[in-house]
Design a protein around this ligand. Structure first.
Ligand code: ZN
Length: 91
């Protein structure tokens, strides 16, 4: 991929040699809430992705922590469906 032109947003680091372009990660720390890290990625075939890492504190009570995890999975699934919806609207 060394001869391939970088995207405008590519961080132009070592990851470009791994068949993809990656942006500098956007990091947002929300004290008391959690941390978000979002990286824009373009694979060698041209498809782009948002790589999202979300860290949220869980309570110590297992039953409630499981409920928090269930809520996180549900809300993330809604986000996936939203992205598909706006992707189809733009096509
Ligand atoms: Zn690149």
């Amino acid at each position: 991929m060394n001869r391939v032109q970088h995207t405008a947003w590519c961080a132009k680091d070592h990851s470009c040699g791994m068949q993809e372009h990656r942006s500098d990660p956007y990091r947002a720390v929300h004290p008391g809430l959690g941390t978000l890290v979002v990286t824009r990625v373009q694979h060698a075939d041209g498809r782009q992705f948002a790589e999202i890492r979300l860290s949220v504190p869980l309570v110590s009570t297992d039953r409630v922590a499981r409920r928090q995890l269930q809520t996180a999975l549900t809300e993330l699934h809604h986000l996936l469906r939203y992205f598909r919806h706006i992707g189809r609207s733009a096509a």
